[in-house]
Design a protein around this ligand. Sequence first.
Ligand SMILES: [Zn+2]
Ligand SMILES: [Zn+2]
Length: 173
Amino acid sequence: MKLSIEAIKQKTGDGYDFELEEDLGRVEFKGEDLVFVKPVKVSGRVENLGKGLFGVRGEISATIEGRCYRCLSKTQLEVRLDYSFKFSEKPEKFEDEDEVFIIEEDTLDLTTPVINEIILNLPSKILCSPDCRGLCPYCGADLNLGDCGCGKVNIDPRLRALEKLLKSDDHGE
Ligand SMILES: [Zn+2]
Ligand SMILES: [Zn+2]
């Protein structure tokens, strides 16, 4: 994911619009593999901000495959983000800026900043759907597929009392 600044490095304010697409494959995130199921798209504008600083801003869009935090099934997550990165041949000159990435051979490499940006903005818990019912804590069945029927689901205490009553009746007869 590279952009050349060759044509815009002479004059402050010069820039151009771009659209990049690259298959990033697999990235490790919190010990889990993140899989980009489609090429990641990055569009925007790169601009010479003057004094050796270059700015890139625009939109990232990606589709990621991860595991649902509740039911562990594989699930796809659409990511759409606005971003703004800064680059310089001498990043150490811009200590006041948030983070300045390095320019090598007149080239801005967006790959690392793009991956960082996606990871930073991922939800802490990926869910297959906001109302995923997860797994039964007793038998491990996927409750999205229906009740597991293992009988260990939380029974209302009033129902439990009734159940006992009915059982003792059975014994009485
Ligand atoms: Zn789920
Ligand atoms: Zn169960």
